[in-house]
Design a protein around this ligand. Structure first.
Ligand SMILES: [Zn+2]
Length: 406
């Protein structure tokens, strides 16, 4: 199952020196590689998965309850921050949980993750660094500055960051427009990805439109409300815009922007994202957990925007398995072609992380680390459609084994 091209019955993947040389049918490739050592597999060969949004540093925070009826997204953030600030979970326990999560990700077939965190330096100081992990991690240091004073302090911090540290804003409600713009310019200059939480909840949109709602109260109780959101200097027109339109207003919509969630977006905003080549990552399990709605996947696909797939953290999801995320998408979007759902978890994730030359598909030049998934159901499938149905719809498609040719 190359993903970037049609399913091949009795397929062969020819590899050498860690790269794929060719993908085709056994009949067409056997003669060409007659001297090669053969390894036979049953079931399906497919590319490793890409988790385009996770917060590994929150892996120990498994007991954060979902918002109860009548509670808001902000109540969930309050609870999470309180547990983090209480310090009941030690830095060592957090590192241990993050490493365990990374191993689980790898074991479930994830090749590459985009990890967002704001305490990564503490994790890196540990004697057991995450860098030794089996899956590949692209880490973005998440920065928050909701006020002018915090902005000043953060600017000094940004100036001291080493170029290899990729920094990214958290969200529109927690990072000033000035900081978001500076971080985007920095990311563009250094070739990093800029990823932020966008249009995750209706509460976020209410703040953008009216300056009211639970986010205003949340910021005020933390001394971070300046009655200046949207930021000074912006015209009144901005008050009626959505989150993507706000990013457009700031001039930030392009292929180096990864917008995570995009639940509360209008069709006009989806068109803007597609037209500018922006990347999108949806996190259906987390959205369901927090009760913030369902991202308009059909609308995105209609406008030729294939989003990547992410799990977000265990603090806002019941489990971080991408096969389960695909299953949730199948449940919530029964009309969407399963092939597109598998492409979201592979090809689109690789594109979102600017790694499409390296992973996301079984194709010449890409990594020779890929998956063999096998089960009786897969062996008994009579068509490509049945294979895709089992892979994306079961939540647990079978035995997962890594094929790696170094
Ligand atoms: Zn997140």
């Amino acid at each position: 199952m190359p993903v970037s091209s049609p399913v091949i019955r009795d397929g062969v993947v020819a590899v050498a020196a860690g790269r794929i040389l060719a993908v085709g049918s056994a009949a067409s490739l056997r003669a060409q590689y007659a001297c090669a050592r053969m390894e036979s597999c049953q079931g399906v060969l497919l590319p490793g998965l890409v988790n385009a949004h996770i917060h590994l540093e929150l892996s120990a925070f498994t007991d954060i309850p979902r918002p109860a009826p009548g509670e808001t997204f902000c109540d969930w953030i309050r609870f999470l921050l309180r547990v983090r600030q209480e310090g009941r979970i030690s830095p060592d326990e957090q590192v241990c949980a993050a490493r365990k999560m990374l191993q689980q990700q790898h074991d479930s077939g994830v090749l590459l993750l985009l990890d967002i965190g704001n305490i990564q330096p503490a994790l890196r100081q540990s004697s057991s660094p995450l860098i030794l992990a089996p899956a590949q991690v692209t880490f973005l240091l998440e920065l928050l500055a909701p006020t002018a004073k915090a902005e000043e302090q953060l600017l000094a911090q940004i100036a001291l960051l080493a170029d290899e540290v990729a920094a990214t804003p958290h969200a529109l409600y927690s990072t000033t427009a000035g900081i978001i713009t500076i971080l985007k310019q920095r990311a563009d200059r250094l070739g990093h990805i800029l990823s932020l939480h966008v249009a995750e909840s209706a509460d976020e949109i209410e703040l953008l439109r009216s300056g009211q709602g639970c986010f205003r109260n949340f910021l005020a109780e933390r001394g971070a409300w300046e009655d200046a959101f949207p930021r000074p200097g912006m015209d009144r027109e901005i008050n009626s815009r959505g989150a993507v339109e706000y990013l457009g207003y700031l001039g930030l919509l392009d292929a180096n922007l990864l917008c995570v969630h995009c639940v509360q977006v209008s069709e006009k905003e989806v068109q803007m994202l597609a037209a500018r080549g922006c990347k999108v990552c949806v996190c259906p399990g987390s959205n369901r957990f927090l009760g913030v709605g369902i991202a308009p996947l059909e609308m995105m696909l209609h406008h030729k925007l294939l989003p990547a797939l992410g799990t977000d953290s265990i603090a806002s999801n019941n489990g971080l398995d991408l096969w389960r995320e695909m299953q949730i998408l199948r449940e919530e979007h029964p009309g969407v072609n399963p092939a597109q759902i598998l492409a979201m978890a592979t090809l689109a994730g690789a594109a979102a992380l600017h790694r499409e030359q390296d992973c996301g598909a079984l194709a010449p030049g890409r990594t020779a680390s890929f998956l063999n998934v096998d089960s009786l159901a897969l062996q008994g499938a009579g068509s490509a459609e049945q294979l895709l149905d089992i892979l994306t719809g079961s939540g647990c498609p079978g035995m997962i084994r890594w094929i790696t040719e170094a």
